[in-house]
Ligand binder design. Structure first.
Ligand code: GLP
Length: 248
């Protein structure tokens, strides 16, 4: 039958073919997080391979973070968290695309506001330039809510930015393409929080579920702050990695 069809005469190792067949089912959603995978025994019968080969296929999935074995119970599907590398200065759109997903947004608010004292400090604003574009978006990856992002951009630096429809445009793409901005670097702070009622509703998670909160101040190449953003990511779908080095 087709289910167990693998190519036994080709050059692709058998364990790898089985591993990829299982992975495809996980990525397509046919197998879901928490589902029990076939045991070594079942796989070896289904594909007519040795138990050793079946074990290797399951081990491959576990090594990649797509499965976990529980003693005496079997091997279960895990959906790995999307992982952000803190060292890479990327937009949400770029990051999700790089990982092979489809980014999108739902616009929650877009308006021009006067800067609060905190934002005046963060964005080093002068008295006469305190008008900001405030953007609040639900960010989705493959149509699943992943983060709530709130950002503030000084309008003195980007006149007309408030006229753009950010339900479909990438903010960073717009800054680069329309305003020719050269990004310099960003300072980020990461904090763990638990979801408020409003946040859990938008992110479709239980109340008080864990959130990863990332604060970003983005600088132009000359050091001028051009964005202050606060993003709340679902803690069950997202993690951040960073490189720690010795100071020179
Ligand atoms: C990241 C940053 C935000 C920034 C956003 C822009 O998520 N943490 O500070 O506002 O990207 O994303 P996009 O260009 O997709 O609109």
């Amino acid at each position: 039958e087709l289910e167990g069809a693998i190519d036994k005469r080709g050059f692709v190792p058998l364990y790898y073919q089985i591993q990829q067949a299982l992975l495809e089912k996980i990525l397509s959603g046919e197998l879901r997080e928490g589902d029990l995978l076939s045991s070594e025994d079942e796989l070896s019968k289904q594909y007519r391979v040795s138990r050793m080969t079946a074990r290797q296929a399951l081990q491959g999935l576990k090594d990649k973070g797509y499965a976990v074995s529980e003693r005496g119970r079997g091997t279960f599907v895990l959906k790995p968290k999307l992982s952000k590398s803190i060292l890479m200065l990327e937009s949400f759109t770029e990051e999700i695309r790089r990982k092979g997903g489809k980014p999108s947004s739902k616009l929650l608010a877009q308006k021009v506001i006067p800067a609060s004292q905190e934002l005046v400090d963060q964005l080093k604003l002068e008295k006469q330039d305190q008008s900001l574009l405030h953007l609040r978006r639900l960010r989705l990856a493959d149509d699943l809510p992943l983060a709530i992002e709130e950002t503030h951009i000084p309008l003195w630096r980007f006149p007309g930015l408030d006229q753009i429809d950010f339900s479909s445009s990438s903010l960073y793409e717009t800054l680069r393409d329309r305003y020719n901005v050269g990004f310099g670097w960003a300072d980020e702070t990461v904090e763990a929080l638990s979801a408020s009622a409003d946040q859990s509703k938008l992110l479709t998670i239980p109340k008080r579920a864990s959130l990863l909160c990332i604060y970003r101040t983005l600088m132009e190449q000359n050091g001028t702050p051009i964005e202050y953003a606060v993003s709340h990511y679902r803690g069950d779908r997202y993690r951040a990695s960073l490189r720690v080095t010795l100071q020179d």
